[in-house]
Each structure stands twice: as C-alpha cells, then as structure tokens.
Design a protein around this ligand. Structure first.
Ligand code: AKG
Ligand code: MN
Length: 217
C-alpha cells in the first residue's frame, strides 16, 4: 500500500496581512490551485508566447510578458497601452480561464472590493535577476477597481510604497500562492519587485510567475 504523507493535510489557511488602507496580502490564497493555474498559464503561452517588450524610452524589459483577457497590457516605442489583440500574433489574447477569473474576484472581495470584473490578466515571468522598478499602475481608464496580483514559483521581494515615488516602501517576501490586493486609497501606490534571487522551485524551476488582474474600464 502506498502512503502519501500529504494527502490528508488541509490546504494552508489564508493569512491576512494589512499593508495600508485598501491594500492587503492574502497569504496562500491560491496555493491549493497553484499547479492548475500554472498549467493554465502554459496553455496561454502556447497561443500568446512570453516576450520581452520595449519601454517607450527604448529599454528592453527584464520581465517577459504575455496576457489573457479581453485586453492585454503592451509597451513599445509608442508607449504603454492596452490592446485587444496580441501584437505578436495579430490575434485576440486567449480568454481568462474561469477558475482564474473566479479566484481573482474572490481575492478582490476578501480585500474589500466587491464589484471587480477583471478584463485583463497580465502574466509576468521573472527569470533570475529580473526585476520591476517602482511604478504606479495608471494606464487604466478607471481607478475605482483594485489590482489583484498572484505570485507563483520562486520567491521575490515586493516593494509597496505610497503615492509618491520617494515615500518609504515596505518590503514583503511573496511566495507561491500569495495574493496582493490594492485599491481605494492605495490604488495608485508605487510598487515594484527587487531582482529575483537564484533558486529552484519544483513547479516553475528557475523563475517566478506573477498574474496581475485589472479591470481597465
Ligand atoms: O510581479 C509583481 O508582483 C508585480 C507586477 C506589477 O506590478 C505589474 O505588472 O504592474
Ligand atoms: Mn504594477
């Protein structure tokens, strides 16, 4: 008879960490679904592959990106914007899988935002050393909806500051299954990811995957 040490364990409990008014980390919120979600990411990537986009200033981003949803976030020399088709394939982005959509809505609800209907899921892949500098998410038409951000694979340090770039930042280590929700008074808070440290994760090997859900209009 085989005996699986883990099969009787309950999924870890969600632990809530308040970051600021309107901003919370929901530890382990999507941990039970992590492998299913990563398989859904792999399916998206088959249609709309990861690519390194260029900033308006002409720099290549260290993070590789793709999207699913009605729109995707893109950047090139023309600027940051949302597009209803993938510029690489000329086709619409793959849809947001139902499980992902429901989990994003549930996380927003836990964060205190009850009417979230995300129509964009930006998928970020961080190889070792990749980072995202402090920035605000402000390319959306409407800031009444929160940002819902899920982390998988290698851990990374998330920086969360205030409404000015120079405000002090909190540093939080995000690991597989953690979800950060920020909206309301924190919707335009500066945030970023420090360079991902070398490591190995059984589900993603040598990278971190982040899913950022937004409702853009
Ligand atoms: O990777 C993360 O945790 C944050 C990603 C992010 O801020 C963004 O894509 O705008
Ligand atoms: Mn962001």
């Amino acid at each position: 008879m085989t005996f699986d040490l883990f099969e009787h364990l309950e999924p870890p409990e969600v632990v809530r960490e308040n970051l600021a008014p309107g901003a919370v980390i929901l530890r382990h919120f999507v941990l039970p679904q992590a492998r299913t979600i990563l398989a859904q990411v792999a399916a998206v990537v088959k249609c709309s592959p990861f690519r390194h986009m260029t900033t308006p200033g002409g720099y290549g981003m260290s993070v590789a990106m793709t999207n699913c949803g009605d729109y995707g976030w893109v950047t090139d020399r023309q600027g940051y914007r949302y597009s209803d088709e993938d510029p690489l394939t000329g086709k619409p982005w793959p849809p947001i899988a139902s499980l992902l959509y429901q989990l994003a809505v549930a996380a927003a609800e836990q964060g205190g935002f009850s009417d979230f209907q995300p129509n964009v899921c930006l998928i970020n892949r961080y190889a070792i050393g990749a980072k995202m500098s402090l920035h605000q998410d402000k390319d959306e038409k409407n800031f009444t909806y929160p940002i819902v951000s899920m982390s998988f694979g290698l851990p990374a340090v998330f920086q969360f500051g205030g409404l000015s770039r120079s405000d002090t930042v909190q540093k939080c280590l995000l690991t597989q299954g953690d979800v950060v929700v920020w909206g309301g008074a924190s919707r335009l808070a500066y945030h970023g990811i420090l360079p991902v440290k070398a490591g190995h994760h059984p589900d993603t090997e040598d990278c971190r995957i982040n899913l950022t859900f937004r409702q853009i209009d």
